[in-house]
Design a protein around this ligand. Sequence first.
Ligand code: A3P
Length: 326
Amino acid sequence: MESHIEKQNGDELQKSFKEMISTLPKGKSWGFPGDHYQYQGFWFVPPFLQGALLAQQQFQALPTDIILCSSLRTGTAWLKSLTFATITRTLYDDSTTPLLSKMPHDVVPLMEFDHAQFSTNRHRGIPLLATHLPYSFLPRSIIDSGCKLIYICRDPKDTFVSLYHFIARHNKSQNTQPIQLDEALELFHEGVCSFGPYWDHVLGYWKASLERPDKLMFLKYEDLVEDTVLHIKKIAEFMGYPFSSEEQQQNVPENIVKMCSFDNLSGLEVNKTGKHRQGQGNLGMENNIFFRKGKVGDWKNYLTTEMAQRLDQRTMQKLSGSGLSL
Ligand code: A3P
């Protein structure tokens, strides 16, 4: 639990981080939730950079922790729901799982925002945590503890289109003017988006997964869409919660996949009408903004051939020689 002294120290640290951030190179905002600041090669909005710096100083990982890592709009909520349902399958059933009453982001806390270093901000007995931080920003204790990490990424074109709509929908709900698609594309291309450059974020985890495959599982959204059951079995195994042959005969993995499907989750009342981060200023938003289409290749409906080529060229240039394709 966060004591009074811890809170006071935390407040002082936050103040000094705020001062430091105000001196950093500034990049244009996408309209939510403010300007971007560049720190150690990546772009952040202040609340998340402050949280990152605080987590670097204070977060103590446990060897049993499982950290879900991702950039924005690459399938984080889906991965949270799948892993949460898998890990808690003996605690809850289809009618009692917290996924029915809380949106996935409220079920698995975000390390750098939800102050997950304090036990009160974590689910007791459930080892899952999430982060959007680049690999090079992870608190030292995460690497030293030997805990497991799962990273999910996605075709940069779909990631961009998803991010653009996420921000545009939020702007609409706030009656503010959304950024234009071509302007957003330029910023994304140049790496100026939260936790960007996107490609550098992916590459950091990709390289680490090659070095530590037993500790870091690297996933692509597209593969998860193609065969979710196969992947949830692999994920369960990796996390140390494998499905027994009896469970497999009873279709437990299939039922988890069904429960966490886009259609099921997006149709739940909590995800249609609930609110996320209520009372936290312009960071608060409607849960339904997090669910859009859940499709692969939706970029074709929004990007011109030139726009798509521009992002593809960037992807080829950035990933060249890495052995990774997106
Ligand atoms: P689209 O905008 O392309 O629909 P994140 O959770 O990292 O913000 O990722 C958001 C993307 O995942 C959105 O993509 C969203 O619709 C999709 N998504 C959310 N829940 C999903 C689910 N249960 N299954 C598949 N995709 C899902």
